[in-house]
Write a new protein. Structure first.
Length: 481
């Protein structure tokens, strides 16, 4: 027992989750207690006379109280304040309560009147009450998610069908929850519990239920509750996490800018007589299809090696990007390092005589990514081997290139990096094009993202991959509206 007031306690109410107890009486105030340890949490003050009745809302977020001051008050418990006064009784109120669905409040007073008040504006979603004599079973054995296949998953459509299997025929009573509240929709001006769009029972007595879910913006947590016919056992499914991304927002505001540094050839055959040009035309064409589809605009820059300063070009392209844009730097060719382990990209006009003036600092090229506020990306083809390298230089390996990029991007919060290596020279842009094929859409959401591109690369080559920051859908196959 615990003394909770200096005057008689006239009313007590348990919260629906059993965590809190509210008490009230002749002190004119209401006290909220921790049901487990008995500590006082809040004191609700506002009535000017004794409080004779209190009741928690079915979701536990509100409390209704009735007092001798003839006022019914609705309290927002989290804030500890009265948010509405319901007036109409002529004499002191003796009883108040919420309806089980939370849509109404009923009150009774000494004036011999019962009044019913509309509480639907509170949008109360009742907590599911589990009988105390039931057993919670392991969810994986009873309920399994069949669709979507991946958990967590990403959806680019607001509506998504989710399918669960109930593998025990004794569990027939089910409830569907979205973000910890029973899933409801407005139908014919009434808020109603959403029923499955389909229910199938297999020959093995497995029940398959499918719901059409209208997702909230960003994160969604979906669960299915099932109870046995005899009400002695229940189970919650493992949460299914779905993130909804509105592609239309990206289409409105995001520009994709791609700088491709890839020589057609190296003129001095002594450097590498086997160098093969990586044709970029097909890749450029397929990326251009994303203009007006996933990006507001797509700009692909291929510099003239004989006239353009690569570092200036990279800085110029990056400087025109804003935070919502994507800036990608794609490099294919030879990489060397000097005796300080500084890494350089070898220009196509390089030869034994002019080598030191025909190399470009990889760090300075990558600095264009660190400078831009846009989401950055770098893809480097490391498969080409430079021959007959002049003294004081060596072939740069994966470790050298990776350290250079990490140093340059150390302060960058959002970027993706692919360093692709192979024992044979690659046609990197054909490979990139193939990575965007619909067969590589692992989660079947019509979008190829950077993780799916990496999965494709890893099946074929050695890849150094890193991803930081927000999620970016890179390539859209079909409209996801």
């Amino acid at each position: 027992s615990k003394k909770v007031a200096d005057f008689p306690v006239e009313a007590i109410s348990y919260s629906p989750d059993g965590k809190y107890i509210a008490t009230a009486g002749l002190e004119n105030s209401i006290k909220i207690w921790n049901a487990e340890n008995g500590n006082l949490i809040k004191v609700l003050k506002g009535h000017t006379n004794a409080v004779y009745s209190i009741s928690f809302s079915p979701d536990g977020k509100y409390l209704v109280s009735g007092s001798d001051d003839k006022i019914v008050k609705i309290w927002k418990i989290e804030l500890g304040i009265s948010i509405f006064d319901l007036k109409g009784h002529k004499l002191g109120i003796r009883t108040v309560n919420f309806s089980p669905d939370g849509k109404f409040i009923v009150s009774g007073a000494i004036d011999k009147e019962m009044r019913v008040w509309d509480a639907s504006f509170l949008s109360i979603v009742p907590i599911v009450n589990i009988p105390t004599n039931t057993n919670k079973l392991q969810s994986e054995r009873i309920i399994s998610w069949e669709s979507p296949e991946n958990n967590p998953t990403i959806s680019f459509t607001r509506h998504i069908n989710v399918t669960a299997q109930i593998n025990n025929p004794l569990f027939k009573s089910i409830q569907f929850f979205l973000n910890k509240a029973e899933y409801k929709k407005l139908e014919n001006n009434n808020i109603e519990v959403v029923k499955p769009m389909s229910v199938k029972v297999t020959q093995n007595n497995v029940t398959e239920v499918t719901y059409d879910v209208y997702l909230d913006i960003n994160e969604n947590e979906i669960q299915l509750f099932a109870e046995s016919l005899d009400h002695t056992s229940y189970v919650f499914s493992k949460p299914l996490f779905v993130k909804y991304i509105d592609i239309s927002e990206q289409l409105k505001s995001t520009q994709l800018k791609v700088l491709i540094i890839s020589p057609e050839k190296y003129y001095d055959k002594k450097i590498n007589s086997k160098f093969e040009y990586a044709n970029i035309s097909k890749f450029k064409g397929i990326i251009k299809t994303q203009e007006g589809k996933l990006y507001n605009s797509v700009n692909i820059v291929t510099p003239n090696f004989s006239e353009d300063n690569l570092i200036n070009i990279a800085d110029s392209v990056a400087s025109t990007c804003s935070k919502q844009d994507v800036y990608m730097l794609l490099i294919s060719g030879f990489f060397v390092k000097d005796n300080t382990n500084s890494v350089y990209f070898v220009m196509p006009n390089a030869n034994a005589k002019n080598f030191e003036t025909e190399i470009i600092s990889l760090e300075k090229l990558c600095n264009s990514i660190s400078k831009t506020p846009a989401f950055g990306g770098i893809i480097i083809d490391e498969s080409h081997v430079c021959q007959n390298i002049p003294k004081n230089f060596l072939q740069a390996d994966n470790n050298d290139i990776n350290k250079t990029i990490e140093k340059s991007l150390s302060g960058k919060k959002e970027y993706v990096k692919y360093l692709i290596n192979s024992s044979e020279s690659l046609q990197i842009f054909d490979i990139l094009t193939n990575s965007l094929h619909p067969l590589n859409d692992i989660d079947n959401n019509n979008v190829i993202d950077f993780e799916e591109i990496n999965t494709f690369f890893k099946k074929l080559y050695s890849v150094e991959y890193q991803y930081k920051g927000r999620y970016f859908p890179f390539f859209l196959h079909n409209s996801a509206n």
